[in-house]
Every structure is written in structure tokens, then in C-alpha cells.
Design a protein around this ligand. Structure first.
Ligand code: NDP
Length: 245
């Protein structure tokens, strides 16, 4: 039961930039076989190509996590190619911050669709395969916003708190499945480009300039969690800049 598969098949959603891209590169450099998914097909194709050129093993497939059929097809694609799925990293996420009173209902719905429903779709797509294998590992990228609520982040935090709750529930009912929640703090990526309020966006960028960590720091934490033996389940990690308040 404590065996370690050294070359895991790892599916990564939102692998076209930031944490997902860094994780794909890091895990491939450590010998894992990575399957990259995101909407920007050109970007995942380019990253996969670079990984292959560096001697790694990478596939890519266009993916929209809000669409269950797309997520099912992504998992089936990986399963067909490699014959198994060892790890799913539910990383895709969006963060259009705003005050609730601004009533940006479309942005709320997008956050729920990507950050929460997207994670559920990922679980639905791989769980039957992992159950059949008798082993598997789901890594959900939450946030420090899954642990505390900050101004302008009510809906974002709601989705991330939900991901933590869901992960714990899944963990409790699974004897053969590992569940890890990684909660990054301020990490340099494209996440903040999606903030529609210019003042808020400028404020967040100022915070990032003050203290932030590279996406590779999160990739390494994920690498640690998935490298443990099957009977060791790393459930939660918070990784943030030392100077973050
Ligand atoms: P990025 O914006 O750089 O990456 C987000 C990724 O999600 C992109 O690859 C994007 O790809 C993908 N994505 C967005 N919508 C969809 C969709 N509908 N279907 C598939 N993929 C989608 O930001 P980060 O790397 O920072 O974000 C990664 C995760 O980390 C998110 O869950 C975020 O909430 C979380 N996080 C980030 C923090 C930070 O400070 N950066 C802090 C805490 C948590 P594409 O647009 O090509 O589809």
C-alpha cells in the first residue's frame, strides 16, 4: 500500500499560464507525464512543445471546465493515451474582484462556474476511473481566500471556501483516494488581469509588487504532495509570501 509511482499521469486544468503552467513544467521536469488543459489552445500547445523539447512527456487538449462534456472528454483523452489517471489538479480559476453591492452578477456566476462547478466537473470526470484503478489523487487549488474573507472578495472567497468544504467531504468518504487542498497566497500570475474595476486592479498590483511569490513555489508544494506514498495523504498546504499580512 505504500508504493510510490514515480512517473505519474497528471492532469492539470488551467495549464496555459501562472500556477498551472509552472506546475506542468515542474512535474514534467521531475519525470511525470502531464496533460495540459485550458481554453487557450495555442498556449497549452506551446508549453507542451517546450516540455517535450526539454525531454519531458506532455499532452495538451483544449478544455473549458465550465462544460462537463469538455471535462469528460479531457479525462477520456488522457485515459486513452496513458491508460490511467493518477492525479487531477483542479487549478483553473478566475478572480474578478468587486464589492457585492456593485451587483456584478455575471462575474459572480463566472466565478461559481469556473472555481466551484469546474472543480466538481473535474471530480466527476476522473472519480470513476480512479475508483476502478483503486487509487488516485485529487489536488484542488484553493487560496488563502479559502481561509479568510477579504474586502471585495466575498464571492471569490465563497467559491474557495466551498472548494475546501468539498475537498474535506470527498476525503472523508474516500478510502482509496487522496485529496489535497493547496492554498496559495499572493502569487505572480495573470489572475489579476481579470479584475474589471481599474482602481481595484491597480491596488492588487501594488500589493503584488510589495510581496508575492513565483508560481513555481506552488508547483513545488504540489510536487511534494503527489510524491508521497499512497498511504500518506497531504490534505492541506498554505503557501504564501512571508511578508503577506
Ligand atoms: P492565471 O490567470 O495565470 O491562470 C488561471 C488559469 O485558469 C489559466 O490557465 C486559464 O486558462 C484557466 N481558466 C480560466 N477559466 C477557465 C475555463 N473556463 N476552463 C479552463 N481553464 C480556465 O492565474 P493563477 O495561476 O494565479 O490561478 C490558478 C489558480 O490559483 C486559480 O484557481 C486561482 O484562484 C488560484 N490562486 C491564485 C492566487 C494568486 O495569487 N495568483 C492566490 C490563490 C489562489 P484559459 O484562460 O486559457 O482557459
Amino acid at each position: 500500500p505504500s508504493s510510490v509511482i514515480s512517473r505519474k499521469v497528471v492532469l492539470i486544468t488551467g495549464a496555459s499560464s501562472g500556477i498551472g503552467e509552472a506546475t506542468a513544467r515542474y512535474l514534467a521536469a521531475n519525470g511525470h507525464r502531464v496533460v495540459l488543459g485550458a481554453r487557450r489552445a495555442d498556449r497549452i500547445a506551446a508549453v507542451a512543445q517546450e516540455i517535450q523539447t526539454a525531454g519531458g512527456d506532455a499532452l495538451h487538449r483544449e478544455l473549458d471546465v465550465t462544460d462537463l462534456a469538455s471535462v469528460m472528454a479531457f479525462a477520456a483523452f488522457a485515459q486513452k493515451h496513458y491508460g490511467r489517471i493518477d492525479v487531477l489538479i483542479n487549478n483553473a480559476g478566475v478572480m474578478p474582484l468587486s464589492l457585492v453591492q456593485e451587483l456584478k452578477v455575471d462575474e459572480w456566476n463566472t466565478m461559481i462556474d469556473v472555481n466551484l462547478r469546474g472543480v466538481l466537473h473535474g471530480i466527476a470526470a476522473v472519480l470513476p476511473i480512479m475508483r476502478e484503478q483503486g487509487r488516485g489523487h485529487i489536488v484542488n487549488v484553493a487560496s488563502t481566500s479559502a481561509h479568510r474573507v477579504d474586502p471585495t472578495a466575498a464571492v471569490y472567497c465563497a467559491t474557495k471556501f466551498a472548494v475546501r468544504a468539498l475537498s474535506e467531504g470527498l476525503r472523508q468518504e474516500s478510502k482509496d483516494l487522496r485529496v489535497t487542498v493547496i492554498s496559495p497566497g499572493l502569487t505572480r500570475s495573470e489572475l489579476f488581469d481579470g479584475i474589471s474595476n481599474p482602481q481595484l486592479k491597480a491596488g492588487v498590483h501594488a500589493m503584488l509588487d510589495q510581496s508575492s511569490i513565483p508560481a513555481s513555489a506552488i508547483a513545488e508544494a504540489i510536487g511534494y504532495a503527489i510524491s508521497q506514498p499512497d498511504n500518506v495523504d497531504v490534505n492541506e498546504m498554505i503557501v504564501r509570501p512571508t511578508a503577506q499580512g
